[in-house]
Design a protein around this ligand. Structure first.
Ligand code: ADE
Length: 254
C-alpha cells in the first residue's frame, strides 16, 4: 500500500513513522509512505501558502494553487489515482470500520489542513473524502493524518506480527477488550485472576468474553446494540443488568 501526505510541516512525521511497527512495515515494503511539503509547490520568492479570507474575518486560509500543484506532482498521470482525503474536523468520523476499508485501497493521498482551513475549491474539486479523528479542533491535520495512517496500517496484511491481532482488537469484535495481565502473578498484593493461570482454554475464553462484555456494559453500552452476541452473552448481560439494578436499589435505600 502507498500513502502520500501533503503538509506544510513534513518534519512532524518522522518521529512517529520511523519507529516501531510502522518503521518495520516500511522497511519490509508493506507500506510506502511519502511526505511532501506543500510549500515546495508555492510560487514566488516568498512561497506564500496562505492568505486572509475573502469577506474578512480572522485567521488565514490555505491557498488552492500550491495544494493542487503538490497533489498533481504526486499523482502525475497515474490512473487510477489515489483516494484523496482531507483531514478536517468537519469530516466524517474515523472508525475502526473505516480504517479497515481504507486499508483495502492501494493508494491514499492525505491532505493536512492548517490555520482556519483550506480554500473551499480544494474540498470541492480535489479531495473525494473528508475525515475527522474526533470532535475537537487540532491546530492542523498532521496528527490526524498520523492517527489515520496508524489505524489503517494495522489492517495491512503482515504489518502486525500476529495475523489475528487486529481481529481481536477493541471494536473489531464490536466490544471493548477485557483486561490483560502478565508476570508477576502477584504485584503489591494484587493477584492475576486464577482462571487465567488455570490452563483451561475453554474457561479462559469464557472469562475473557464476559470481561469484555462487562467492560463494554460499563463504559460503552451503546456498542452492545450492534455487537454480535450469542445466547450465553445475552444471559450474562441480563445478570449484569440485574446487578446494576440491585446496586441502584441499594443506593436509593441508603
Ligand atoms: N484538523 C483539525 N482538527 C482535526 C480533527 N479533529 N480531525 C481531523 N483533522 C483535523
Amino acid at each position: 500500500m502507498r500513502i502520500d501526505v501533503l503538509t506544510l510541516f513534513p518534519a512532524m512525521f518522522s518521529a512517529y513513522l520511523d519507529e516501531s511497527i510502522l518503521q518495520r512495515a516500511q522497511v519490509a515494503g508493506l507500506i510506502a509512505i511519502g511526505i511532501h511539503n506543500i510549500r515546495d509547490h508555492a510560487a514566488g520568492r516568498h512561497r506564500v501558502t496562505d492568505e486572509p479570507p475573502f469577506g474578512g474575518g480572522g485567521g488565514m486560509v490555505l491557498k488552492p494553487e500550491p495544494i493542487f500543484a503538490a497533489a498533481e506532482a504526486v499523482i502525475g498521470g497515474a490512473s487510477p489515482g489515489p483516494r484523496r482525503i482531507l483531514l478536517s474536523p468537519q469530516g466524517r468520523p474515523l472508525t475502526q470500520a473505516l480504517a479497515e476499508e481504507l486499508a483495502g485501497a492501494a493508494w491514499l493521498l492525505l491532505l493536512c489542513g492548517r490555520y482556519e482551513g483550506v480554500d473551499e475549491r480544494v474540498r470541492q474539486h480535489l479531495v473525494d473524502d473528508e475525515i475527522s479523528i474526533g470532535d475537537y479542533v487540532l491546530t492542523g491535520g498532521e496528527l490526524a493524518a498520523l492517527v489515520l495512517i496508524d489505524a489503517v496500517a494495522r489492517h495491512v496484511p503482515g504489518v502486525l506480527g500476529d495475523e489475528h491481532a487486529a481481529a481481536r482488537d477493541s471494536f473489531a469484535m464490536g466490544l471493548l477488550e477485557g483486561p490483560h495481565y502478565t508476570r508477576p502473578v502477584s504485584f503489591r498484593g494484587w493477584d492475576v485472576p486464577a482462571v487465567l493461570r488455570s490452563g483451561h482454554a475453554g474457561r479462559i475464553a469464557r472469562w475473557r468474553r464476559e470481561a469484555a462484555l462487562r467492560r463494554t456494559w460499563q463504559r460503552r453500552p451503546d456498542l452492545l446494540l450492534t455487537a454480535a452476541l450469542d445466547e450465553d452473552d445475552r444471559r450474562f448481560l441480563m445478570t449484569l443488568a440485574r446487578e446494576t439494578v440491585g446496586q441502584e436499589d441499594e443506593r436509593t435505600q441508603s
